[in-house]
Each structure stands twice: as structure tokens, then as C-alpha cells.
Design a protein around this ligand. Sequence first.
Ligand code: AMP
Length: 221
Amino acid sequence: MRILILLGPPGAGKGTQAKEIAARHGLIQLSTGDMLRAAVKVGSPVGRKAKAMMDKGELVPDAIVIKIICDRLEEPDCRRGAILDGFPRNLAQAAALDNVLADKRKKVNAVIELRVDDEELIKRIAGRFTCSRCGEGYNDASKRPKAEGVCDVCGSTTFTRRPDDNAQTMRTRLMVYYRETSPLIGYYFCKGNLRTVDGMAPIANVGREIDKVLGEIKESK
Ligand code: AMP
């Protein structure tokens, strides 16, 4: 089992890169944000508890997300490994993940930090939207559908914007990132598995950089 973590503020490109890396490396993408949004959509007890925090841009309680991710890692499709996108989000979650992996005699193999300027993050988040049918991601500024209003991938004409992708909530999310999540950069640096990639580069270049890092890690093992 290989465990990779993508670390970075909202809008850094974690979801986009995680999806592509997962496909290229035969890993499962685990996004706690996606899982929580799915729970909110079906109105499950977890979804009902999480919704208010998500709407405000605050973190959902650790116990909820730790359980979601630990249960998911037990499923057979994660046997080869997973790429975690949006988890861990604070030191308590990182410690819980280390403990769960230690029980399986595993550990986090690599943490890739995507670094992007704050102003660019705000711009990216304000412009992003996804196809309602297949989930393909777009952006008003950098990636519009080739035919206006039609998804490039599945041809659907309905798109959605996340309710927490607005300027006000975005600033809270960024603040939460600096307060709660950015200490993980030091945590993983000290453990020796942090690698930093320039997230300002075009999507394909960022993907190539990440592949290079993953290749180097594999060779050095
Ligand atoms: P994301 O899609 O990763 O931007 O997450 C959207 C929202 O889900 C966040 O603003 C949090 O409210 C919640 N969330 C996602 N992952 C976590 C996590 N690991 N810990 C706590 N809350 C989370």
C-alpha cells in the first residue's frame, strides 16, 4: 500500500492533480471534501453534522473525517494505495493517520506540497465550476469548455459551482488553512517526506513535476 498526500491551500489544484495521478499510478483518490459533499447531498447523519461547518469554511470535527478516511482505507480497492486530497488538515488528523498506518505496518510514503500565491488562489476559486453530470472541472479564467456551455467530456449543459466557493467563505478557508493545515508542512518536513512543487505552473507541468518526484522516491527506496 502506497500512501501519498497532496498538501496545499484550497484552489492549489489538489483535486485536479490527485485525479490524474491516481489514474496514472493505479491509486485510489480519496478526497474528504468530496466524501463530505456526497454525505451532505444524501442527507446522512454525517452530512447533517458537517453541512454548517462546510458552508462557513470551517473544519468538520476530526472524529468524523478520521473515521471516514480510516473506514475507506480498509476497503479492498485501496489495497495498492491511495492519494489523499484534503486529508489530513491538522496535526491531530496527521497523528491519527500515522497511527492507523503503523497498525498496518505502513507509513505515509510521500507528501507533496503544492505552492500557489494567495491572490491566485482567490482568483481560481472564484472562477471554478464543474460539470453536474461527470464532474469535469472548469474555470472562468483558465479553462472554459471548448464549446460555450457544453461539457468537453460528456456533452452535458448543466454546471454547478460549490456553495463554499465564494469570496467571503474563501477567505475563511484560507485562514483555516494557515492556522490549522500549514503546520503540517513542518511536520512532514521533519519526518523527511515533504516535497514541494510549484503549483503556479500550467496543470500539465505540475503533473510532470509530481511524477518526477514520485519517480525519485520510488528509486530511492
Ligand atoms: P475541500 O473540498 O477539500 O476544499 O473541503 C471542503 C470542506 O470540507 C472544507 O472547507 C471543510 O469544511 C470540509 N473538510 C474536508 N476535508 C476535511 C478534513 N480533513 N478535516 C476537516 N474538514 C474537512
